[in-house]
Design a protein around this ligand. Sequence first.
Ligand SMILES: Nc1ncnc2c1ncn2[C@@H]1O[C@H](COP(=O)(O)OP(=O)(O)OP(=O)(O)O)[C@@H](O)[C@H]1O
Length: 291
Amino acid sequence: MTDPTIPAPGDLVPPATGTAPDAARPVTSAWTGAAPRLAGRGLVHRFGTTTALAGVDVDLADGESLAVMGPSGSGKSTLLHVLAGIIVPSGGTVTLRGEPVQALSEKKRSLLRRTRYGFVFQFGQLLSELSALENVALPAMLTGASRSDAQAAAGQWLAALGLAGAEGRRPGELSGGQAQRVAVARALITRPEVVFADEPTGALDQQTGHDVMKVLVDSTRAVGSSLVVVTHDADVAAWCDRRIDMRDGLVVPPGSTTGEGVGPRPGEKPGRALPDDLGSARVSDVFGGAR
Ligand SMILES: Nc1ncnc2c1ncn2[C@@H]1O[C@H](COP(=O)(O)OP(=O)(O)OP(=O)(O)O)[C@@H](O)[C@H]1O
């Protein structure tokens, strides 16, 4: 019997060439009027005395891509982690197709992340001991596919994303752009309802980042996933249907986090707020165990 989580040949529409990243795209939540696929209401989150989210409302429509922008420390990653059920917020609600996510036990949230969400992070998310093929196959196997079915599907995904021939390479033998394509394939193999990407091009040069965004946006759209992308980069955000800007844990009017005063604080590197244990911690965040 065919496993519905495994993509059949031809499921991925090859990315169209020459699409302008800022081409006008519909703001789907506005024109469909449909209930959002994912919704956050009144989201508040505190880390000790630090308020990372101060009351955020956000909707994500079916198939919509949403960029979350803002300066370092504005709460972007926290919002992504809350929406993805990695962090239970101090206040507010997250619903996936109307079901409250934080009401679920940690075990059920872990299952939800594994089966209904996909994740692409800046780096560190591929398992270094596994080949590209095995990395992509893993989420399908975790959702119950046999090794052979999962690996066959993984091969199709790698080929569709321009990585035919790289199946046997380990992450250390891939370029940064290739590794992110593998990460995209790994996020999409289970055909998740929502893909969460945190600075997916943050470690790449501009051209490679452009190529990876194209693959990410085109392939999530091709499988009907919705997409949340956290980014500092307006060129990356321009790939998405819609953008929200954050400052001090709040969503602010578009453009008000760009220009003067924006960016890392003195002495900070972009992405400073990422935890030290980013790589392995985030893999375990996704596949089990929450903070
Ligand atoms: N695990 C944590 N423990 C304590 N404080 C945290 C933790 N994670 C984030 N914060 C704090 O919460 C605030 C929001 O951080 P967050 O990482 O969400 O911002 P961001 O906009 O994603 O930043 P960056 O672009 O630098 O990644 C910051 O003040 C940050 O220092």
